[in-house]
Design a protein around this ligand. Structure first.
Ligand SMILES: Cc1cc2nc3c(=O)[nH]c(=O)nc-3n(C[C@H](O)[C@H](O)[C@H](O)COP(=O)(O)OP(=O)(O)OC[C@H]3O[C@@H](n4cnc5c(N)ncnc54)[C@H](O)[C@@H]3O)c2cc1C
Length: 432
């Protein structure tokens, strides 16, 4: 059979599976990933798109996100893998496009700095980032004075060895980005059902036909699960499972610190830290204030939808402040003027899930954000929209398939956590 005939056959199969039942394309979850999916479905010509969310607008994990966006896959020290780089490039271009079209995202293109306190770590970072085949042009090694210069005095050069500066990195305010997408979708006629928890997916003859919600049934020809930390329970409603590890993470915004708005986003493995400037203050956090959601619930955390509040983690972060201030002196003594927590979801292999749910026509899932949904949301949304609309995908979807990992190999969370041994937050997960 010629390539053209094979393509036509696949196309017909996809179109017929899409059209099996009547109704709109329904996206479950209006976080950055679900709204990105809806946005790109509309952009690809889908005429009838509905978004269902269990909560009020902006009530999920997304506004907790610190807003770092960079080419995190072009780093051998991370588990995301080079297959994610096209999605990161798309995310970088997408937020820039929104910003240039007049959206207020508090966008800044100051780059991303990976900081090293010791020369050993600097060597590891140099090897992993500068020698990576996908290294972006302009990525460069900085000595301690170079770090102080690029951070406009925020870092004490006496206590660091240097860093790797990735010039392409940008930063956005996550809540504003999500709000912008919701507003644009509403203007395009997309219907949102707020405070409408989906409880299950109705399947007829092996294909989706509707979403069941607390407010009744919504017909659907195609369903995209993008419910963040809650996706697992929706998959369970159709007897499917993915090895997913929800973790509560914390972000503090300090009192005003006089930081420069030109400062890059900063990450430091030795301090387990990420940190950036926000309105002159520090917006910061790290794995010292992360913990498995299951462990917190076991210890009495009450949690349904929305964002958790764990005072244990707030205290843990507070206790870490002076240690971070050894490198960022202006943080010393500054309390948090705002605290916000959310639930990133990790995967056993460090990658992302994006694709059809095996064995159920018309059901798709975007899951396992691996604490990088702000970066990957636009690319994940575009890729799934292209697959659903039968367009040529801009990136290879194969590495993101849901069936790349056998869930039976991970019967419980302990077995999933064990598989994270190489991850930067594995220590925290194992502590829980
Ligand atoms: C402290 C912190 C810092 C972070 N920093 C960064 C960063 O700098 N860069 C980066 O790339 N990523 C970062 N992340 C990760 C990023 O925030 C997440 O990956 C991203 O927000 C996940 O988006 P989402 O759409 O999957 O989830 P959410 O925003 O939680 O959206 C899911 C939505 O689904 C809805 N929902 C759930 N269940 C149902 C149901 N049954 N029916 C209907 N709706 C339902 C929820 O109400 C929610 O609105 C950070 C995360 C945290 C917590």
């Amino acid at each position: 059979m010629t390539t053209v005939k094979v393509r036509r056959k696949i196309r017909l199969a996809l179109v017929s599976s899409m059209a099996q039942h009547a109704g709109p394309i329904c996206v479950i979850g209006a976080g950055i990933i679900g709204t990105s999916a809806a946005f790109h479905l509309v952009e690809s010509g889908a005429r009838d798109v509905v978004v269902v969310d269990a909560g009020q607008p902006l009530s999920g994990t997304t506004p907790a996100g610190a807003g770092f966006v960079a080419r995190f896959g072009a780093d051998h020290n991370r588990r995301l893998g080079p297959c994610t780089v096209p999605l990161q490039d798309y995310g970088l271009a997408f937020y820039r496009r929104l910003h240039e079209s007049g959206a207020d995202l508090e966008f800044a293109d100051n780059g991303n700095l990976v900081l090293a306190r010791t020369s050993t770590m600097l060597d590891t970072m140099t090897e992993g980032i500068l020698r990576h085949p996908d290294v972006a042009s302009g990525t460069r090694l900085l000595d301690a004075d170079g770090v102080a210069e690029v951070t406009l005095g925020a870092v004490d050069p006496a206590v660091v060895a240097g860093g790797i500066y990735m010039p392409e990195g940008i930063q956005v305010t996550t809540e504003l980005a999500q709000h912008e997408l919701i507003t644009r979708l509403e203007s395009a006629g997309v219907q949102f059902h707020w405070e409408t928890p989906a409880t299950g997916v109705r399947i007829v003859d092996g294909a989706v036909s509707a979403i069941e919600t607390n407010e009744g049934t919504i017909e659907a020809s195609t369903i995209v699960l993008a419910a963040g930390a809650w996706t697992q329970s929706l998959l369970a409603s159709v007897d499917r499972r993915l090895p997913l590890i929800p973790m509560v993470a914390t972000r503090f915004v300090s009192e005003p610190a006089g930081l420069s708005p030109l400062m890059p986003t900063v990450q430091c493995l030795e301090l387990n830290l990420w940190l950036r400037e926000l309105h002159g203050a520090f917006s910061w956090g790290g794995s010292f204030s992360y913990r498995l959601l299951s462990a917190l619930i076991e210890d009495g955390l009450e949690f349904g939808y929305g964002r958790p509040v764990s005072s244990v983690l707030l205290d843990a972060q507070d206790e870490h402040r002076e240690q971070i201030a050894e490198v960022f002196p202006a943080l010393s003594g500054l309390s948090a003027s705002e605290t916000i927590q959310g639930i990133p979801v990790y995967t056993v292999d460090g990658g992302l899930y994006l694709g059809p749910v095996p064995g159920i026509d018309g059901l798709w899932a975007l899951a396992g954000d691996s604490e990088s949904g702000i970066t990957h949301g636009p690319g994940m949304g575009k890729l799934v929209a292209q697959l659903i609309m039968n367009e040529q995908p801009f990136a290879d979807p194969t590495p993101f398939r849901l069936d790349r990992v056998d869930p039976a190999s991970y019967p419980d969370e302990a077995s999933m956590v064990a598989a994270m041994a190489e991850d930067r937050i594995a220590k925290v997960a194992n502590l829980s």
